[in-house]
Design a binder for this molecule. Structure first.
Ligand code: RNT
Ligand code: ZN
Length: 416
């Protein structure tokens, strides 16, 4: 796209936004510093490098688009390619099963920082920060219950795993001079009518207490709730109430996965309540479709609203933004680029909101004016600001990333 066209459009947009009290130059600066944690598991359909066993734990990928990453080098190469098509600097989010195990089988209760040494070096060289996740799924001891399993042996196995994961995250955080954000999600639940709900939740709480008894300075842990898993439709041990309760009581972080609520629930509405009671939030920006909570993120109303809410709460510095989707049916690098750029566009639109005027209208009980401005703001030339952002960051503007992804497919992924 012609540079001078983008510049011209930006100048006009800048004036139009100035007229409603929004400084687009400032917004561009703010957006530049918003880091999104890219989930490594989109490269290979959540397989990892442990044993390549089938995905279990209530999550599923569908589709078998060719070219998925088969080893650590390919995962890294794909992430680097995706990041080259996304404006500004981001983070990389690893699951424990993506450790550099050197071809050996390392069980989940044996993982240690050494298995992530090459990741830490890779990240340092690229200048990106790492985040982390314990992995409860796809393992012979996963079953339906892990940290809430009545069998003490199994429970202890997963407690050990999760403790070790926190130690790994601590090391990452220390090395990168910035807290590593660890998400803790377990799939524990059951398919059908469950009569000991209380028991499993009590056990889960006890396990978490033990896990959190170790205090760290360079990592933060967030608890992720879920409404149901595939094959675990009746009961989820880590329900929303459980996680909000635990996080509030113990002052851990709380994760909002936008795919993890009932369809009529509004994730954005949860932000202000949660932020009153927990220190910080993690987001798993995703897109629920029917039974699947993990479609590729797009700039839909609910995603825009989520970020609007964070901006309106003045809470962008209390949130760690990550993506969480896995689509095996389309080009996987393309899926990263679409989802990350969609999250960024949503954040941009939130930052461009004429908030001062909207707040003034609301305070004066001017309902018509508030609604009118909200509607008009949707059609403001935010896309000219977005194009400028891409231009400044030297990444493809608009749909120009499509041929770039196609080229990488031709030259790299189609040969796998
Ligand atoms: C599953 C959770 C969880 C996982 C990843 C792989 O429903 O959203 O975050 O998607 O940990
Ligand atoms: Zn998630």
């Amino acid at each position: 796209m012609k540079e001078n066209l983008i510049q011209k459009a930006y100048e006009i947009a800048k004036e139009r936004y100035a007229a409603i009290g929004v400084n687009t130059d400032e917004v561009l600066k703010t957006l530049q510093n918003v880091q999104i944690s890219l989930h490594c598991w989109q490269t290979d359909d959540v397989v990892g490098f442990e044993s390549g066993s089938a995905l279990s734990g209530g999550i599923q990928t569908t589709g078998n688009y060719p070219g998925k990453a088969r080893n650590i080098d390919e995962v890294r190469a794909d992430l680097v390619k995706a990041m080259s098509l996304i404006p500004s600097k981001h983070r990389v989010n690893l699951h424990e099963i993506y450790g550099d195990f050197g071809g050996k089988f390392v069980d989940r209760d044996q993982c240690e920082p050494a298995h992530f040494e090459s990741w830490m070096q890779w990240a340092a060289e690229l200048g990106v920060k790492l985040d982390f996740n314990s992995s409860s799924f796809s393992h012979p001891k996963s079953g339906n219950l892990t940290l809430s399993n009545p069998d003490k042996g199994i429970r202890d196995f997963w407690i050990e795993h999760t403790k070790r994961c926190r130690a790994i995250a601590e090391e990452m955080g220390k090395r990168q001079g910035d807290p590593c954000i660890m998400n803790l999600w377990v799939h524990d639940g059951s398919k059908d009518i469950t009569v000991n709900r209380m028991l499993y939740r009590q056990l889960f709480e006890q396990s978490l207490d033990e896990i959190f008894s170790v205090k760290y300075k360079n990592m933060k842990t967030g608890l992720e709730s879920k409404v149901f898993g595939i094959g675990l439709e009746y009961y989820t041990v880590g329900s929303n109430e459980f996680c909000v309760g635990y996080a509030t009581k113990n002052q851990t972080l709380l994760t909002i996965d936008t795919g993890h609520y009932h369809p009529t629930e509004v994730a954005a509405d949860k932000v202000s309540s949660m932020l009153l009671f927990v220190p910080e939030l993690i987001l798993h920006v995703s897109r629920p479709i029917r039974w699947d909570s993990d479609h590729v993120t797009i700039m839909d109303d609910s995603t825009v609203e989520l970020f609007q809410e964070l901006v309106r709460c003045d809470a962008m510095n209390r949130v760690h933004i990550a993506l969480d989707y896995f689509d095996a049916s389309i080009n996987r690098i393309g899926a990263y680029v679409i989802g990350t750029r969609a999250a960024q566009k949503s954040i941009l639109r939130a930052l461009l909101e004429p908030l001062a005027t909207l707040r003034k209208y609301e305070a004066e009980d001017k309902g018509f004016q508030r609604l009118a401005l909200l509607e008009e703001a949707k059609a403001m030339p935010w896309n000219a600001v977005w194009d400028m952002f891409c231009l400044k960051n030297n990444v493809p503007v608009g749909e120009e990333f499509i041929p770039e992804v196609e080229k990488y497919e031709r030259e790299v992924t189609s040969k796998r």
